[in-house]
Structures are given as structure tokens and as C-alpha cells.
Design a binder for this molecule. Structure first.
Ligand SMILES: NC(=O)c1ccc[n+]([C@@H]2O[C@H](COP(=O)([O-])OP(=O)(O)OC[C@H]3O[C@@H](n4cnc5c(N)ncnc54)[C@H](OP(=O)(O)O)[C@@H]3O)[C@@H](O)[C@H]2O)c1
Length: 259
């Protein structure tokens, strides 16, 4: 794992939680504070990306888009047949291939819920990745959440949807918690209620195969409380606002890729 920031450390926490041995994980970061924080996890830590790349079979590049080129230049001499996994928002595999012709690249868009085994692990493969390697990455991603293979041209939308998604759902939860607190509920209690409600809603959609609209109707009896709440959201154009947020995130992903 090159980069022990928010995503790199979440991926490593998810891997450890899923039972991957500590000794199989090697992390590098140029920031000594970040290294100190992840050393506590008991994994091997270094500031040297080249020695990390040399002693790893699978290399995750959990660095910012503007840092990617520098890291690729550093490690390209020792890559050989190793698998490169890039979760870098907006950067197409073709851009990496320009530098590393014929490299085995997995473009991944995870989200931070990978730390608790509940991520969405969306990926595309470069032509050099073979079937056994595909099976290997899919089973690794399955330990961190739901693995889904997509065509690469879907990746910017995926980035805006499931990559950024935990922030959108957190905003909804935050608003509900603040509202409940203002109406006299204890903050921690409201947070538990709202978080479990978000989780339960997702589980119902996934496990019962319901459509969101069907679920909305199931909760809303005519003239009831939910209907009153939804009417207010409609007035505030919340539905349109979420669609605009998604579009803005996707546009930003495209900009990052072309920058
Ligand atoms: N956060 C998310 O929810 C999320 C979700 C999906 C995908 N991603 C993608 O994941 C990547 C990382 O995002 P992040 O949120 O984890 O960013 P971050 O918290 O800034 O982490 C990046 C880490 O990499 C370190 N770094 C920078 N250059 C390096 C180098 N040359 N060698 C080794 N380490 C280096 C940074 O150190 P310094 O701080 O000292 O620069 C930082 O600790 C991004 O490309 C992002 O698009 C993030």
C-alpha cells in the first residue's frame, strides 16, 4: 500500500479485519506522522516506495492524482509482472499504461466502508490482467465489501456515486441527528437510530430486491407522518439537489483525470 492516508489506512484496516496476516501487508508513506499512526496496526511500514514495490506482489497506489506520476516513476524499474491497483479518482488506466506499457493494472473505486468490510469495490481490468489474477483481486475485494466489475467508462460515475457516497449519506444522517437533538433527543441515541435506519434501508433494497420508490410507498401511509416529511423534502428540492451533487462529483472526477 503506497499512501497511508484516509483510503490507504482504511483498506489496510479492512484487510486486517478480514483476517489477512499482518506480515503480508507492507505500507509506505512519505509523511512520518501517517507512518507512526499505521505502525500501531502491526504491519510493515517504510518511507521507501521502491523497497515496498520490490517486496510486494500486489501494489495499491493510494495517493492523490497529482502524486501518482511521481510514484510510478519511482517504482517502474521494479514492477515486472506485479499487479498495480489504482484507486486514484479520475485517472484512466490508459494514462498509467503510457508510462508502463503492458502493465497489469486494476482500476479500483472503493469507498471508506472497506475499513469495516462493507465497502463497494468497483473495478476494471487492463488487458494484461489474466483470469487467475482477476479471480485473486475479486476475492481480495470481496473481503472488503461488494466487488463489482464495470467497463472503465463507468468509473467517473461510480466515483461520484459510491466513492463519494458515504459523505452524502453522512450529511443526511447529520441533518436528522441535529433535527432530533433540537426536538429533545440525546445526540448519541439519535445517531444510533439514524445510522441503523440508513443501514437497514440499504439492506432491504439489497436483500429484498425492492425498488426505492416501493420502499418509500411501504413506509408512507396516506395522510401520515412520512408523507408529511417527504412533502417538505420535495418543497426543498432535495431530490434534484442530490442529482446535482452527483453530477458535480462526476465532473470533478473528469477534471482530475485530464489534469
Ligand atoms: N478518501 C476516499 O474516500 C477515497 C475513496 C476512493 C478513492 N480515493 C482515492 O484514493 C487516493 C488517496 O486518497 P486519500 O483520501 O486517502 O488521500 P490522503 O488522505 O491525502 O492520502 C494520501 C497519502 O499518500 C501520501 N503520499 C503522497 N505522496 C506520496 C509518495 N510519493 N509516496 C508515498 N506516500 C505518498 C500522502 O502524504 P502527505 O499527506 O504527506 O502528502 C498521504 O498520506 C486518491 O487518489 C483518491 O482519489 C479516495
Amino acid at each position: 500500500m503506497v499512501g497511508a492516508g484516509r483510503l490507504g489506512s482504511s483498506l489496510v484496516k479492512g484487510m486486517l479485519r478480514a483476517g489477512l496476516p499482518k506480515e503480508s501487508i507492507f505500507l509506505s508513506d512519505k509523511d512520518p506522522e501517517k507512518r507512526k499512526a499505521v505502525e500501531k496496526l502491526g504491519v510493515r511500514v517504510s518511507e521507501n516506495n521502491v523497497s515496498l514495490a520490490r517486496s510486494s506482489d500486489v501494489i495499491f497506489l493510494a495517493v492523490k492524482p497529482k502524486e501518482l506520476d511521481g510514484v510510478l516513476d519511482e517504482i517502474k524499474g521494479v514492477l515486472g509482472e506485479k499487479l498495480l491497483i489504482s484507486p486514484v479518482a479520475g485517472v484512466p488506466m490508459g494514462k498509467i499504461e503510457e508510462k508502463l506499457r503492458g502493465a497489469k493494472i486494476v482500476r479500483l473505486m472503493p469507498n471508506l466502508a472497506c475499513a469495516v468490510g462493507e465497502g463497494v469495490m468497483v473495478y476494471s481490468l487492463s488487458p494484461a490482467v489474466d483470469e487467475s489474477e482477476r479471480e485473486m483481486v475479486e476475492s481480495l475485494f470481496a473481503k472488503l465489501g461488494l466487488p463489482i466489475e464495470v467497463r472503465e467508462d463507468q468509473m467517473d460515475v461510480v466515483t461520484g456515486l459510491s466513492g463519494s457516497g458515504p459523505a452524502y449519506f453522512s450529511l443526511v444522517i447529520q441533518a436528522l441527528v441535529e433535527g432530533a437533538e433540537e426536538l429533545g433527543m440525546r445526540r448519541e441515541e439519535a445517531l444510533r437510530l439514524a445510522s441503523q435506519t440508513a443501514k437497514g434501508t440499504g439492506e432491504m433494497l439489497l436483500k429484498l430486491g425492492l425498488k426505492p420508490d416501493e420502499l418509500k410507498k411501504m413506509v408512507s401511509s396516506p395522510g401520515g407522518t412520512t408523507e408529511a416529511g417527504l412533502r417538505e423534502l420535495e418543497r426543498a428540492k432535495v431530490f434534484e439537489a442530490f442529482k446535482k451533487a452527483l453530477t458535480a462529483a462526476v465532473e470533478r472526477a473528469k477534471e482530475l483525470g485530464s489534469g
